[in-house]
Design a protein around this ligand. Sequence first.
Ligand code: HEM
Length: 461
Amino acid sequence: MTSFAILGLTFAIVILSRFLLPQVQRTIRKWKAVLYIGCREPPRYHHKDPLGRDLFRRTIEAYKEHKFLDFTERLFQEHGNTFKTITEGKVLIKTRDPEVSKAVYTTFFDKFGLQPIRYEGGKGFFGDGILVTDGAQWKRSRTLIRPAFDIAHIANFNRLDRHVSRFLEILPQDGSTIDLLPLFKRLTLDLSSEFIFGKAMDALSSPESCKEFITAFTTAQRGVVMKPAAREKNWEASCQLVTKYVDDRVEEAIERASSAQKMSGGSAKYVRLVDELVKATQDRRALRYQVLSVFSPAHDTVAVTLGNLFFHLARNPLAWDRLRQELLPTAHHHRQCLETCILPCGGGADGKRPLLVEKGNIVETNFRLMQRGKSYWGEDAEEFRPERWENIRPTWEYTPFSGGPRICPAFKLVYTECEYIAAAMLREFSGLENRDSELAWIEERRLIFQSKNGTLVGLRR
Ligand code: HEM
């Protein structure tokens, strides 16, 4: 055989094994799934663009018009509870089916991950922290942060009491109109910064003092979900400013830990996440990234929840006395398939057949729409009716904190904080009036959805 023929043969073998063979294997796997297990394709979104840019453009328009929730609701009405789309050339399965969600987040937990979606963009700010990793790395982080969350919701009433008292002090006494949303943000910033960094940012008493940090944090966090070229010019400087602040808090915690040891293991008065982490490791980089990763989901989610709650209570005087937490601000969550698998449902036109999900496909679970599905919640699903909680016990129809091993570790803390703050407001004020001429809740997308008009109310003692 000539060397030219050998070269040609090698080239043919490489092409065959790299490209053709996997393609043939995929097709065989698909046919087996259809023939032996009964898998069916879910409905498809009819893209005009093979890379899916058409749907992306429509989504951006809906965001800009503050109609994203209506837009996604319409997509599901037109295509069913589970359907396939394309994003940047990849398969993206959108679902609002609680059973598909349960399968992805629990039964097939190990076969789905978020690292392939988040790590590259996020590592510059979150390092190897809990928010951007899967597998052993994620497990280590989870084990590290969990003890603080396990006790924080019962051990932190002193912290709550101090900050909530200060919050009540600065609310107007004369019934004048006030936007509660920014005030809730200042309150929960003090609560979360003290819990996580070990030191409150004093946002309630001197809002200017933490403005620089919060602006930098928002810029840094926004950049994480963008392509590097699209990031704001001051992205790196913002990351550095935030990192410096966090590193200083970590040093203080290490110092606190060693002086507590010298004073024969003096017990901490309050639970602070950074102090709990220092008990387990003194690796400064690891500490920085874990602390940052927890502050990111923490710093305004509770405020937005309370803002939404009081927005609706101000429009429903009867519900004021029957307070129940109902609205939580999450939207949709993604997992990328790490290993081809068959979910028990989500396939076929009715979503009841098994569904083949291939490695690399992304599943987008729309928690927000599951929380409004009329088949479970009834025809009045869109209405603010807290009494509904007296008779229902939802499981996967209501997962604002996600579910399975990766459920939000702060969910008990969040319930405690929301109930404590709402109860303090209910005790302090006899009446709550809406002062906003716009009655409808209009969405505004930050990293989560909040009321575009804030929460304009008057409070009566
Ligand atoms: C209304 C308030 C909150 C809601 C609705 C909420 C919801 C969620 C959801 C849905 C996830 C899963 C995200 C995903 O899998 O992609 C999550 C994860 C997480 N949340 Fe929360 N959260 C809230 C408040 C908080 C607070 C106050 C903290 C910290 C003090 C926190 C810390 C975390 C952390 C560290 C994770 C990552 C867990 C992991 O990957 O294992 N969250 N949260």
